[in-house]
Design a protein around this ligand. Structure first.
Ligand code: DX5
Ligand code: ZN
Length: 217
């Protein structure tokens, strides 16, 4: 089943509750919550207090994408603030500390994911694959919404899909960056089942239509 996860990075933060209600009614499966610390990526976005408020405003599944260094320092806090799934970048710390972060997330009773930047090899998921509920492959350099999809990520999506099918078939495969009705069929064909879309959903007048167009393309 294909799931659509609109990224609130392209939403109007002054009306976040209403924006998320709009995508919930529009058929979104997850809400994708992008956290940036100005160090792991050259931009700063939102964090724990906003997540806490959003948790009170919606029962939609919240997928937190931590673009922060040393996610082990904050993994538990994001779980407690109300994330349903917490994604850590494999590049953000040593393997030992990423494993510790995943362990904390699981012991909070939440789902855990690992994320790969475009320059990171597919095989970097290996040490985590048996533990995670989701792998996220970036199809743009993390940090900003509205960038163009990197077509050269398609073989990596195919490789990770093969690894998941062999080792942990229940694990989801998510893609993030430049997803719209034109690029969605490419990533689905390569094996992705959760599609993040920021500008293609939130910049559209009719979000339900935009979500359906990505799902059904
Ligand atoms: C980028 C973020 C994405 C971003 C996607 O660093 O992780 O989630 O919001 O935006 P679009 O869909 O506009 O590329
Ligand atoms: Zn993201």
């Amino acid at each position: 089943m294909i799931k659509i996860a609109p990224s609130i990075l392209s939403a109007d933060f002054a009306s976040l509750g209403a924006e998320v209600e709009d995508i919930r009614r529009g058929g979104a499966d997850y809400v994708h919550f992008d956290v940036m610390d100005g160090r792991f990526v050259p931009n700063i976005s939102i964090g724990i207090p906003v997540l806490k408020s959003l948790r009170k405003a919606t029962d939609l599944f919240i997928d937190a994408h931590l673009m922060i260094v040393e996610p082990v320092r904050y993994a538990r806090a994001f779980c407690q603030a109300g994330a349903d799934l917490v994604n850590c970048h494999v590049e953000a710390d040593s393997a030992e500390n990423i494993l510790a972060a995943l362990d904390q997330i699981k012991s909070c009773g939440k789902k855990a994911g690992v994320t790969l930047k475009p320059g990171t090899d597919a095989m970097a998921v290996e040490p985590y694959l048996d533990l995670v509920d989701l792998v996220l492959i970036m199809t743009v350099e993390p940090g900003f919404g509205g960038q163009s999809f990197m077509h050269d990520m398609l073989p990596k999506i195919e490789t990770v899909r093969e690894l998941i099918d062999k080792r942990n078939p229940g694990c989801e495969l998510e893609v993030d960056g430049g997803i719209d009705p034109v690029t969605a069929p490419l990533v689905k064909r390569a094996g992705a089942n959760v599609l993040v879309a920021g500008s293609a959903v939130f910049k559209a007048k009719d979000r339900a239509e935009a979500i359906a167009a990505i799902r059904n393309s």
